[in-house]
Design a protein around this ligand. Structure first.
Ligand code: GDD
Ligand code: MN
Length: 377
């Protein structure tokens, strides 16, 4: 260390790894070439989840004093490893990249240059002009990546927010809220939570991984949906919650119809089947809302919440009915199109349902609910 030229920032390269022993020597050599030719004050942190595939031996045999191997035995996962890297990094700029040589180390100087000329977040991107992926990408992986990218649209205008190749000044984390390492899109997490104002993308050629195989399973992709949900709640607060509530309500329509169909097919009288279908939908709505929309209230007892939710839903139905009749009354022309009146009723019912659920059935515990503050009176 200490060989930095004036004006060149110091950089910590953070590399999450799991079973990448075959790639690490090549990665280290290529990063070293960049380090030497740019006279960079650069350290590399290999955040390994106890791979036991020869990673430790491979790094030790390279014997570079600017490379640190950190073997993690708890709190596994790509994002957790990267966050851990942020905590242990010593230098001014944090740069995250994969170990499998999909991300070209030769792009590092350009990323640093951008960070020193006004950008607060630099992303190595496959989807800007000049960027690309190796041909061997199958159609499935391609479409998968496109859909995932599209889903991130509400959070960022960047073209490749899925990329795991990014860099920023460490100070960006200073005022950031706690990071949540769910899923593997840690770049997106930083981008959204740090409120980046001047994020730039630079094109990269995304190579097929050099050796070994990909670690990203279907499970990780499902976690991505959970990640998006949390980012939505973070960024849009109660509006996101209302959207979730509406989605859940929408899903209830299908439950209702499916149960009705099944019961009638099984021979139950229609009137009874309709009633059971309605309660089934209420019940799945309750479960989904408790699990997702109002997950903060999950630690309280479910039975009371279920009763409250059924009550709120029934009241919602009443509001729906009253509003529909009122619209029909005050705007007589809707008599010819009762559907219009019904739409008003549905929206009013949904709103009342949401407000009752949010502020009464699943209300956030007030500070006074905590035993500690009871002692005051
Ligand atoms: N510490 C740790 N723990 N590292 C992990 C884990 C884990 O559980 N799982 C994966 N990694 C490391 C891998 O060793 C590799 O260095 C990097 O994270 C990316 O994993 P790959 O298995 O190579 O994933 P990929 O090629 O499918 O994903 C790449 O493309 C995505 C966009 O399509 C990565 O760049 C992702 O970051 C990127 O989002
Ligand atoms: Mn890879």
């Amino acid at each position: 260390m200490g060989n930095a030229h004036a004006g060149t920032p110091s950089v910590s390269v953070i590399v999450p790894t799991y079973k990448e022993a075959l790639n690490l020597p090549v990665l280290i050599e290529r990063v070293e070439a960049v380090r030497d030719s740019g006279h960079l004050d650069l350290e590399m942190l290999i955040m390994d989840d106890d791979s036991r595939d020869g990673t430790e031996e491979a790094v030790a045999s390279m014997n570079r004093d600017w490379v640190r191997l950190i073997v993690r035995t708890s709190d596994r996962g790509l994002s957790a490893a990267v966050l851990d890297g942020f905590r242990q990094a010593r230098h001014e700029i944090f740069l995250v990249m994969d170990a499998d040589l999909s991300h070209p180390p030769e792009t590092i100087p350009e990323m640093l240059h951008r960070l020193c000329s006004g950008a607060d977040f630099v992303l190595g991107s496959r989807y800007v002009k000049g960027g690309s992926t190796e041909e061997a990408w199958g159609f499935l992986r391609w479409i998968n990546s496109k859909v995932a990218t599209l889903l991130a649209r509400p959070f960022t205008r960047l073209k490749d927010p899925m990329s795991g190749f990014f860099a920023f000044h460490r100070s960006l984390l200073d005022n950031a809220p706690p990071m949540n390492p769910v899923g593997y899109k840690i770049g997106l997490e930083v981008l959204v939570k740090c409120n980046c104002r001047n994020a730039v993308e630079i094109p990269i050629y995304f190579h097929q991984r050099f050796r070994g195989e990909s670690k990203l399973s279907l499970r990780e992709q499902l976690l991505y949906l959970e990640h998006l949900r949390r980012l939505a709640e973070y960024k849009y607060g109660d509006w996101a919650r209302f959207m979730e509530f509406s989605f859940v309500g929408f899903s209830g329509t299908f439950v209702n119809l499916a149960v009705l169909t099944l019961l009638v097919w099984l021979g139950m009288p229609v009137r009874a089947a309709v009633a059971v279908a309605i309660f089934s939908a209420m019940f799945t709505n309750f479960l989904l809302n408790r699990q997702f929309t109002f997950s903060y209230a999950r630690d309280r007892h479910w039975a009371g919440q279920l009763l409250g939710f059924v009550g709120a839903s029934s009241l919602g139905a009443l509001v729906n009915y009253i509003v529909t009749l009122s619209v029909l009354h005050y705007w007589p022309f809707t008599e010819r199109f009762p559907q219009i009146a019904a739409l008003f009723g549905i929206v009013a019912g949904l709103a009342s349902n949401y407000l009752l659920s949010r502020y009464i059935v699943f209300k956030k515990p007030a500070p006074a609910d905590y035993p500690a503050s009871r002692e005051r009176n």
